[in-house]
Write a protein of this length. Structure first.
Length: 207
């Protein structure tokens, strides 16, 4: 469960911090995002569709991140969950189960959206390619170079120089779409947002 949520919750979001004087294509825009946006925060809506297209699950929440390797995702609907990376470990708190799961960051990230969001080894971990425009967005595709993970491809949709959507297709045929209505690039995020202390009485599971 932790690995799946980290894969999905590590959404690459928001607007580029540096101005772009000419349209350079979605791949170059993505590279500028990774290079220039050092922190950010905003809301997200995530829609997960089953391989047969018949079942959909929609969730909402807020997130914050700071490079390198620090992020916080809080799912508010339909179920509460919190995911925090302190730069060394990734913590998942499920209040309903009163359970905290923790993994080392190197085990939890890999070639995932969280690696794009909070990491920096874009071309090292992903093969990048421009895709046709669709739904009013310009799309870049990021395919993990290592094919032994759960993610098959990721597509990132830009509206001008703003990254507006992220689509994730896993090896089981499940599709996740994340949308970001109000991302704030290079926002000032307090360091304590990336610290996590398990609540008293919660079951702690280390993986």
């Amino acid at each position: 469960m932790l690995a799946q949520l980290v894969h999905l919750a590590g959404a690459v979001v928001g607007a580029l911090a540096a101005p772009v004087t000419a349209w350079a294509g979605p791949v170059e825009t993505l590279r500028e995002f990774v290079q220039n946006v050092r922190s950010g925060q905003g809301r997200f809506t995530q829609t997960v569709t089953s391989p047969d297209g018949k079942r959909r699950k929609v969730s909402q929440g807020v997130f914050e991140f700071q490079r390198p390797n620090r992020f916080r995702f809080v799912y508010a609907k339909p179920f509460e969950q919190t995911i925090v990376s302190d730069g060394q470990k990734v913590w998942l708190h499920d209040p309903e189960l009163n359970q905290v799961t923790v993994r080392r960051l190197t085990q939890a990230l890999g070639a995932t959206p969280a690696a794009l969001l909070a990491g920096g080894s874009l071309d090292q971990d992903f093969e990048l390619a421009a895709q046709p425009s669709r739904d009013g967005l310009d799309w870049a595709q990021a395919t993990p170079r290592q094919r032994d993970g759960t993610i098959q491809t990721m597509r990132l949709g830009f509206r001008g120089k703003d990254l507006a959507a992220l689509e994730i297709l896993d090896h089981f045929g499940q599709r996740s779409v994340l949308q970001f209505p109000d991302f704030r690039a290079n926002a000032s995020v307090p360091p304590e947002q990336f610290r996590f202390t398990p609540p008293p009485g919660a079951d702690l599971i280390e993986q």
